[in-house]
Each structure stands twice: as C-alpha cells, then as structure tokens.
Design a protein around this ligand. Sequence first.
Ligand SMILES: Cc1cc2nc3c(=O)[nH]c(=O)nc-3n(C[C@H](O)[C@H](O)[C@H](O)COP(=O)(O)OP(=O)(O)OC[C@H]3O[C@@H](n4cnc5c(N)ncnc54)[C@H](O)[C@@H]3O)c2cc1C
Length: 569
Amino acid sequence: VITDLDGLAHRSFDFVVIGGGAGGSAIANRLTEDPDVHVLLIEAGGSNEGVLDSAIPGLMSFLTPSPWDWNFTSTPQSALNNRTLAVARGFILGGSTGINQMVYTRGTSEDWDSWAAITDDEGWSWNNVQKYIRRNERFTAPADHHNTTGQFDPSVHSFDGVVSVSLQGFSNGIDNRTIQTLSELSEEFPFNLDMNSGFQLGIGWVQATIGDGTRSSAGASYLGPQFISRPNLHVLLNTRVLRMLETERLSFRSVEFTQDAGNTKHTVSASKEVILSAGSIMTPHILMHSGIGDSEVLSSFGIETIHHLPSVGKNLSEQPIVRNEWLVNSTDTFETIARNATLLADVISEWENIKMGPLVDPPLSFIGWLRLPDNASIFQQVPDPAAGPNTSHYELILINGILSPTPPATGNFLAFSTSVASPTSRGSITLNTSNPLDYPLINPNLFSTDFDRFTVREAFRATKRFLAAQSWDGYILAPPTNATTDEELDEYVRENAATENHPAGTAAMSSKNAAYGVVDPDLLVKGLRGLRIVDASIFPRLPAAHTQVPVYIVAERAADLIKSAWKIN
Ligand SMILES: Cc1cc2nc3c(=O)[nH]c(=O)nc-3n(C[C@H](O)[C@H](O)[C@H](O)COP(=O)(O)OP(=O)(O)OC[C@H]3O[C@@H](n4cnc5c(N)ncnc54)[C@H](O)[C@@H]3O)c2cc1C
C-alpha cells in the first residue's frame, strides 16, 4: 500500500486499475501473479482491514449508509411518486463486496448463453465460463459445521478458488417452516437443491460469500494479506480518480487523480493498459469526464469530446425490490438484537471470540427464483424478457427480521422481499456538473414498464400464497399491506420500492460490429486503445442473479484476455 505520493510519478506501471471493487481487485490479483508485471490499483475508499462492521456478516445493515458507502441518492423516480432512493456503493477496498449482502448467485445457463449470443462471442457462454467460476469460488464449511448433505450439490462447486462461499452457519427460527412449506406447496414452490447449477428455478438454501463466519469480500480475498504484499502490486487508497487522459491519438494510458478534493492533481501512466473498474455508477462518470461519451451531452457541460460514444451511461439496468414486512408472533428475529445494545454487544463478543452465533451471516437462509405462468396476461402485451424458459421473472427473499440498525420500536417481522429478476425498465447515469468530484445523476427509472409492475404485483401475491401454508399458522399476525387490487398494489409499490443495489449495463458490451455499446467482447473500449473496462457496467443484460459473482466471472475472464493480449504468464 503506497503512502508516499512523491515517488509515484517516477515509477512505471504496466497496468493502472481504477477502483478496488469486485472487478478491480480480481484483475489486480490475477495480473500480479507474474512477478514481472507491475500494477497500480487506485481506490477512492480506505482499507478494509479492521473494519468490524464489514467483516461481521450479521452487521451488514449497519453499512448502508455509513462512511464505507458512497451514499449516493437517485433522481426523483417518476413511477414511484417522485421519491428519491438510496443508492449504496462500497467506498472501501473491496468496493461493494465490502458492504453487500453476500448472496452468492451465478445466474442461469441461459443468462450466460444470452451474453454469448448478444456479443457474438462463445467465450461468454455458460460452458465456457465454468473455469472462471471455479477459479473464483472456494466453497467452505459453514460456521457451525453442521451437516450440509441435501443443502447443496457439491458437484457444481469449486473448493480451491479465492472467494470463500458457505451455507448458513446459524439457523433461523423460520427455517423449518420454510422447509415444510416447500414440501406442502411443492408444485408452486419446488425445492431446488442448488440454484447455482445453471438451473435456478425453485427455492433453496442461500450460499453466501462468507468463510469462517467472516465476510469474504474482494478486499479480504483477492487482496488478502498474501496477495497485497506482492512487491509488484501497488495499492493507493483514499485516492479519487478524476479522469483519464489521452496519451496518443485515441489512446488513454494516463490517469489523473487527487487526494485532497482537487486542490492538487497528479497523473500516473500505464505502459500497457488502464483498466477502469469503478463500477456501474462511476465508470460512465469517469468516461464522460475524460471526453468519452455522447458529444452532445459532453459539450453541454463544456467537456471536449475526444471520442463520441453515445451508449456511455445509457441502459442502466437494476432489479427493483419491495421489502414486505409481515408482523409475526415471535421474538426470535433480527429486531430483537438491533434494539438491545447489551444483547448486540454480547453477540458481537461471541463472534469475536469464537466466530459463532447469529452474526455469522445475515439472517436469511432461503431465496427463490420463480416465473410468471406462461399464460400470464402480460405476455399478450410484451415478449418474455427472461433469458429463456428456465430463467426467473422474480425473486423471493425470506429474511428473519427487518435488516436495519434502527427497526420500528415494537413488533417482530418477517421481511419477505419481492424483486423483479428480469426487469425491463432502463435508466441512465448522466453528468450533473462539469466537476468530476460532484456525483452524477443516477436514474434507475424503476417500475417504468408494465412488465415490471405486473411482475412485482404477482410476486407479492405469490408470497401470500406461500404464507398461507399450514406451517405458518399462528406465526403471521398481520400483512404488510391490505392492498389486493392491482391499483392498490401499485400504490403500495410506489411507496415502498427500493433498488436492490445491482446496477449494471452502463458501459455495455456488444458484438464487434454492433452500432451500439461501449466495449467489445474483449472488454476494450470501442474505437480506443489502451483502455479496458472490467466491472458490472459492461453487462450486456442483467442476469437473473445478484451481481457480484457475474462480476467476478467477468474479471477472471478479463485477466485471461489481457494476459493473452500481452503474452503474460
Ligand atoms: C448494499 C448492497 C448489497 C448487495 N448485495 C449483494 C448480494 O447479496 N449478492 C451479490 O451478488 N451482489 C450484491 N450486491 C452487488 C455487488 O456487490 C456488486 O454488483 C459488485 O460489487 C459490483 O462490482 P464492481 O466491480 O462493478 O463495482 P464495486 O464493487 O462497487 O467497485 C467499484 C470500486 O471503485 C471505486 N471507485 C469508484 N469511483 C472511483 C474513483 N473515481 N476513483 C477511485 N476509485 C473509485 C469504489 O470506491 C469501489 O471500491 C450488493 C451491493 C450493495 C451496495
């Protein structure tokens, strides 16, 4: 970790990586496997070392908002009564993997095959990304070392990758009721042994990026002590990249940054490539401030266009979520811990001393991926947007309590979230001012399509059928809303929807000959030299999944592509 800036300008780096999140950490690790390759990683946030709220999985709700979150806010959402929404992004080494909910999902085989079809590159197909999945994942025993037979399929997992993954290490009070429901209502809600096999439909045990009861973020794994100590890997923390500079005509191999809010600016160069991994919000922002974007937009901010690329910042894709809070007849939920400072201190001590107890995971054991019926009326209006017939339209997440450090003063809850897994709404990232230190305008444009509104209504109705199973008798005391008609449910959604913090697609990959898109299938920016993008912004479409694993897969393949382009071992 570099603390002395003076020597920096005189050093030479093969690669400069902007952003130490999921994509940037993985790339920096893989490229420095060759001791002759020198990499500088620049991260706006600070170190993840010793940040207890991030390390302890059960405290994840304490991280948003927090000093480790960029704490962005969306523009007023016209389909949500003009409410603005919190947009969380990690401001820490490890990026959003340092503050996320840790759910481990790869997407479906159809999702990946659709990427291959869109980009005209078979390298992105499900079969061909298997080796990258294996390099990324290190499946480990859960914190409580319980018998996991029948809870996952070992044959589809890897046990020697970098990021730790495990099943729940502390059982939740609602687990048995959930299992019983899956057998009682098996036709509508089938049990899926392993949603990461390529076939996701059904409800199954959550796998999470946790090892030994501790968050396995990109910072803790790809940049763990044995890697960050490599003499050829240089990490600059608390450093904000402002823009990239053109070094030769259409070649961007220089990076401008500041450590004092723009009072002094410095530059550093890469002899081979700059790799932009600032995430779906900041990657298009940095591109536009570097003169790469829609020339009309850039000129309206007085920024000279160096490369007209109108797709930059467009196509923002996000999974909207509604956290439906059911009042329950129990005290065994997360609110009980969050409300009681003594109990919270006790379970933190338990975690610190023996890595056991309720904080070894967030309190969610089950998630599910489900489809609308084939004859749903919405399909008379719009085509099915899922990647294929085995890919979900919506996701159900059963959480044993409201995940907040400040829950309501009374009551215990089941937070049964509904999310649109294959949304059709698209938003944008645009500039707000000509100052790169100002935040961009973030417009996820949630629920702007009939399909998304239809799907979330049906998902909520599915949760009601789920909780009508006998196993919940006497447990549920009151629903989150009395809304039943489409109109009533739409209003409930307008008042309660949020983002799932899975933004993607704002610098999207497309085939080499496409008339749209920002990067080619090898992740090089179209029409430029020396600049590659490796983060969630390149997703050509959202997989029906939480997004960290797809980013890791992208980064692992990107490392192979870069090594092969520069003949690195
Ligand atoms: C609250 C929350 C919950 C989530 N839950 C899950 C989940 O359960 N499962 C899952 O799979 N995914 C989840 N995600 C999403 C997942 O974490 C992201 O998809 C993934 O981390 C994106 O990787 P990335 O490399 O694109 O960006 P990030 O991981 O966000 O990394 C970008 C990095 O770039 C840095 N950066 C940005 N701008 C600059 C700049 N100008 N100069 C220097 N550095 C800069 C940032 O500080 C950050 O470290 C969640 C995200 C959040 C925020």
